[in-house]
Every structure is written in C-alpha cells, then in structure tokens.
Design a protein around this ligand. Structure first.
Ligand code: ADP
Length: 268
C-alpha cells in the first residue's frame, strides 16, 4: 500500500459527521414541558437559525447544547462526545462540574444581554476564559485577542471598560470573547434583541463575516432578513417541537405548515 499523501491525511483528520447531534430532547420547567422531543443535526461549517414564536423553547434548546440547561430526556453530542453526561452501564451519570466546564470551553456562547465582566477591560474579557479554562499562555492569547478585536472593529477599545461601550460594541466584544476559545461551534441566543435598532446592523455584519468564514453557528433570532441571507438551515419551533425545517427558501418562502405560515405572517 502506498504511503498516504498529505492531502489524504488531512482529509482523514477533518471531522465529517455532524458537529451537534440532538436526540429526543425533553425539558420541563415545573409542570410545563417546554421541549417535547427534539432531534436536530448541525453540520460542520453551516449556519442553523432557530425561529419560532416567543416561548416556543428556542433559547432553552440552544442552552441544552452546552448544558446550561439540563435535559430531562435525550442526548446532546458535540463531535460525537456526550455533553453533560457519561455512560454508566445502561444509565447516564451527570459529569463533574469541572468536566462540564471543559466541554463548555469547546462551545462559544453569545448571550442576549452580552454578559461581559464589568470589572474587566475589553481585552481582559476576551482573554479570561482561554487562560483560566483552557490553561493557554496569556501572552499568546492576548495577541490572538487583539486580532479578534480587530476583526470585530474594536481594536481601539481594548483598554476600555464595558460600561463605556454601546450595546452593539459590547455584543461585538462578547463575540470576540466567544471566538477566543477557538470553539468548534458558536451558539447565539437572540444576539441583537437587546440592542437599539440602529445598532443591530453592526452585530449582524459580524455574524455575516463569521458565517462567510465557515464558522459552525446556531443562532436564535427574530431577524428574518438575516436568516434568509445567511442560514443554511432554518428550523421552525412551536410549542417545543420542530414543526418544519429546511433551507431558508423552503421554510421562509414556501412554508408547508399552517403554524409556520401564521408566524411568518405576523413577523414579516
Ligand atoms: P423562546 O426562546 O422560544 O422565547 P424559551 O426557551 O426562552 O422560549 O422559553 C420557553 C418557555 O420556558 C417559556 O414559557 C419560558 O417562560 C419557560 N422558561 C424558560 N426558562 C425557564 C426557567 N429557568 N424557569 C422556568 N420557566 C422557564
């Protein structure tokens, strides 16, 4: 057998299966079942947009992916690894917090309300997790963090504190912070809904840039225009189930289900 060429070796190392696999996800708060059996695959380098009425379970579903919400049933896998649990015979045992943090550091998360550390500068916010959670070299992380701040247009704000920035700028810092983890995917929970309308565009521009560079992304948003333009896959949730999924053109322009049509009629 001939020796493998470099290209073949490289191809073998690129994971080809789904980045995220959700199977049979169920979640209740009290007596209300918010997620009622969700299956979803997210393929590498794709943008998946979760759409649906308020209260349909989109944020909760997103948060199950990095175990910010514990599921009542079902499994979450990222690149094949069970998230939040390990197998113990026929049962699943919850992982130790330390292990959960390790898993979470593979997955970037951008919150609706930015969640920057107020007592740290912009640069320190971006540097914190790679140094503390991933034990990487501070100098090396700082260099990378400055490049990321440049990428989101905020290199000149590196020494500022978050309170001195606009909401749009704070969210761009939060995106740089998520990317500093060199994550395998990035989750966005309504990343523009806390922003004044005139600041939405600058954050969507950053999301477009990431999508264009092949970042695997799952985005909960009400921005239908963004979904149409950027999403490889649109998933429409209602009452805790996936009602319909497909390309943006399929779901947004030719919805098959009445509930999708009613939702789109309200928001478009
Ligand atoms: P969406 O993102 O689609 O608006 P959510 O996932 O935020 O929906 O919420 C789905 C439902 O779960 C809502 O009825 C919400 O009030 C409820 N819910 C979400 N988080 C919690 C929580 N921590 N405790 C109790 N109820 C919650």
């Amino acid at each position: 057998m001939s020796a493998p060429t470099a290209a073949r070796v490289e191809a073998a190392e690129v994971p080809t299966g789904p980045v995220v696999e959700l199977r049979g996800i169920r979640k209740s708060f009290g007596r209300t079942e918010v997620l009622r059996g969700i299956d979803l695959d997210v393929l590498p380098g794709t943008v998946t947009v979760l759409l649906g009425p308020s209260g349909s379970g989109k944020s909760t579903l997103l948060r199950t992916i990095n175990h910010l919400e514990k599921v009542d049933a079902g499994t979450v896998r990222v690149h094949g690894e069970l998230i939040g649990y390990r197998r113990a015979g026929r049962h699943l045992r919850e992982l130790h917090e330390r292990e959960v943090l390790r898993q979470r550091s593979r997955i970037g998360f951008v919150f609706q309300d930015f969640n920057l550390f107020p007592h740290l500068t912009v640069l320190e916010n971006v540097v914190e997790a790679p140094v503390s959670a991933q034990r990487r070299d501070r100098r090396e992380v700082e260099t990378e963090a400055l490049a990321l701040l440049e990428r989101v247009g905020l290199r000149d704000k590196a020494r500022e504190y978050p309170r001195r920035l606009s909401g749009g700028q704070q969210q761009r810092v939060a995106i740089a912070r998520a990317l500093a983890l060199r994550p395998e995917l990035v989750l966005f929970d309504k990343p523009t809904s806390a922003l004044d309308p005139e600041l939405v565009g600058e954050v969507l521009d950053v999301l477009r840039d990431l999508a264009g560079s092949g970042t695997t992304m799952v985005v909960v948003t009400h921005e239908i225009g963004f979904a149409r333009e950027v999403a490889d896959r649109v998933v429409f949730l209602s009452d805790g189930v996936v009602v319909e999924e497909g390309t943006a053109a399929q779901v947004l322009d030719a919805p098959q289900h009445e509930r999708t049509r009613a939702f789109l009629a309200r928001v478009l």
